[in-house]
Design a binder for this molecule. Structure first.
Ligand SMILES: NC(=O)c1ccc[n+]([C@@H]2O[C@H](COP(=O)([O-])OP(=O)(O)OC[C@H]3O[C@@H](n4cnc5c(N)ncnc54)[C@H](OP(=O)(O)O)[C@@H]3O)[C@@H](O)[C@H]2O)c1
Length: 259
């Protein structure tokens, strides 16, 4: 049986990746913090798809947990790695808690880099494998630490694509736009002003990623609206991109003039 490791499988995009991979017959190692949800998901997948599921409770903002998961990956043979776990921090940079910003960098960058580094040598030796790095359309705009981290994920994955060409191993940056998951609620973000046409469902994001990975694309963008938007973002002069992204992120301290 092929094997896959998914981070952040308990909800949203990661859960859809997990169900899709189980449906394809992958045995699974599932990594996130909530052991109750991991156990429920594991039972559901074993009953529905008859695959073998191991769960590991780990906090991927914690360096020793990241190292432990990297060790699990090095000691096993994975055909698929999905670096998906993540969260956002609400507010302008000067208004946020710096420890939260750091934790966001740890999960969005350090974990992705460490787990990729652990998985890739084995995949290259076996001449096959997929690494799905869940990035974001936000990587093309200027939305603070989150955007910068997602820009890192996309560029890192593109670099791997060049480095691994011809090895049979396919890295792919999955770049969703606004997607219905628990992401915004967990961050306490009010999304009422986002129009309906801007929302994607998780199955759109994951089915597009699967198709794009099979066809050898390195960047996957789901939805016509986001294909158009990201094409534009890649050619617009950066001052325009900054201006368009900037209004929302103006620090309330600057806005109030009390800094
Ligand atoms: N939703 C969007 O609009 C959107 C758009 C672009 C990109 N993305 C990206 O998509 C990815 C998945 O997010 P989602 O939208 O599916 O959000 P979600 O529904 O909130 O799911 C996040 C997943 O990450 C796990 N997770 C969160 N913090 C963790 C930690 N410290 N350690 C280990 N696991 C942790 C959660 O599991 P536990 O609670 O069990 O730990 C959960 O399974 C993220 O990388 C996000 O940046 C989302």
């Amino acid at each position: 049986m092929p094997r896959a490791l998914v981070t952040g499988p308990t909800s949203g995009i990661g859960k859809e990746f997990t169900r899709t991979l189980a449906g394809q017959g992958h045995d699974l190692v599932l990594v996130s913090r909530d052991q109750v949800r991991l156990d429920e998901l594991s039972q559901e997948l074993q009953n529905e798809f008859g695959v073998d599921v191991r769960t590991i409770s780990a906090d991927l903002t914690n360096r020793s947990d990241i190292t432990a998961i990297a060790e699990v990956i090095r000691n096993d043979s994975f055909d698929v790695l999905v670096n998906n776990a993540g969260f956002g921090v609400k507010g302008a940079f000067l208004d946020t808690n710096v420890d939260q910003e750091q934790a966001m960098l740890d999960i969005l960058i350090t974990a992705v880099m460490q787990l990729s580094h652990a998985a890739l040598p084995g995949m290259v030796n076996r001449g096959r494998g997929y690494v799905f790095n869940v990035s974001s359309v936000a990587g093309w705009i200027t939305g603070g630490t989150y955007s910068a981290a997602k820009a890192w994920v996309t560029v890192f994955t593109e670099g791997l694509g060049v480095e691994l060409a011809g090895t049979g191993v396919r890295p792919i940056a999955v770049c969703p736009g606004f997607t219905h998951t628990e992401f915004h609620e967990r961050a306490g973000m009010d999304m009422d002003s986002v129009s309906d046409w801007m929302w994607l469902d998780v199955d759109q994001v994951v089915s597009q990623a699967m198709r794009d990975a099979k066809s050898g694309k390195i960047i996957s963008v789901a939805g016509h609206q986001y294909k158009a938007l990201t094409s534009l973002l890649r050619i617009l002069p950066r001052p325009l991109v900054r201006r368009a992204s900037g209004a929302r992120q103006t620090s309330s301290r600057f806005a109030r003039g009390d800094l």
